[in-house]
Structure formats: C-alpha cells, structure tokens
Design a binder for this molecule. Structure first.
Ligand SMILES: [Zn+2]
Length: 131
C-alpha cells in the first residue's frame, strides 16, 4: 500500500501523481534499486584494478627489497633501515646511510615495476573476459 506524502491518502501502486491532490509521486527507492547494479558493477571493476595494482606494488616492492645491495660484509640492511632511508643510522652505522638509500630505491623501483606489470596483467585478463 502506498500513501501520498502530502495528503496521506491511499494512492494506487504505480501512480505517478496523487489522485487526490495531484502531487507528483516519486519513488526514490525504486530508482535506487535500478541504478544500483550498474554502479556496483563499475565499482567491482575498479576495485579489481586497485587489487591488482596493490598486489603488484607489494610483490614488486618485496622482490626489490630482496634484491637490495648488501654491505661489504655481505649483509643486507633490515627493512626498518631501508624504509626510513637510513635516517635512524648513527655512529659507525651511519656509513650505511647511502646503502640504505640505494636499498630504498631498489624497493621503490620494484614496487613501481610490480604495479605496472600487475596493471598490465589485470588489463589483459579483463580484456580476455570481454566478448
Ligand atoms: Zn495527495
């Protein structure tokens, strides 16, 4: 059962305007339902793209991090020193700051390359699914 918001009279279902006072009856709930599938489909596609790029970002960053240069003693800097570009290194360890910066660049480059590759893969998979 449907009621007119203006005069509170009962109006027939599907009526565009009230039969008593003539007020146009909009049905926002119905139009929302009709619009929902389109936007959610669009969001799903967009979220999938975000997922791909995020996955590639972390995977590429991780690979870049693993490939980071090592010190003369064949030791790689811990993640915290890499991500802060060696800002926490003091005293004798301060000589590793440039190494930490290079390690950071490796990680960053890996993340960027990983993002690009995963976006490309995501695009190709999406393209294949399209008829
Ligand atoms: Zn009315």
């Amino acid at each position: 059962m449907k009621f007119c918001p203006q005069c509170r009279e009962v109006v027939p279902e599907g009526a565009n305007s009230c039969v008593y006072c003539g007020k146009p009856l909009s049905s926002p709930q119905q139009s929302k339902l009709e619009a929902a599938p389109k936007s959610s489909q669009h969001n799903e596609k967009r979220e999938m793209g975000y997922g791909w790029s995020l996955l590639g970002f972390f995977l590429g960053g991780f690979i870049g991090f693993l490939l980071r240069p090592a010190t003369w003693s064949d030791q790689q800097l811990p993640f915290l020193d890499v991500i802060t570009r060696g800002s926490g290194l003091t005293g004798v360890n301060a000589m590793w700051v440039s190494l930490a910066e290079r390690s950071f660049n490796f990680t960053l480059a890996g993340a960027i390359i990983g993002t690009c590759i995963s976006l490309l893969i995501g695009y190709l998979i999406h393209k294949q699914k399209e008829p």
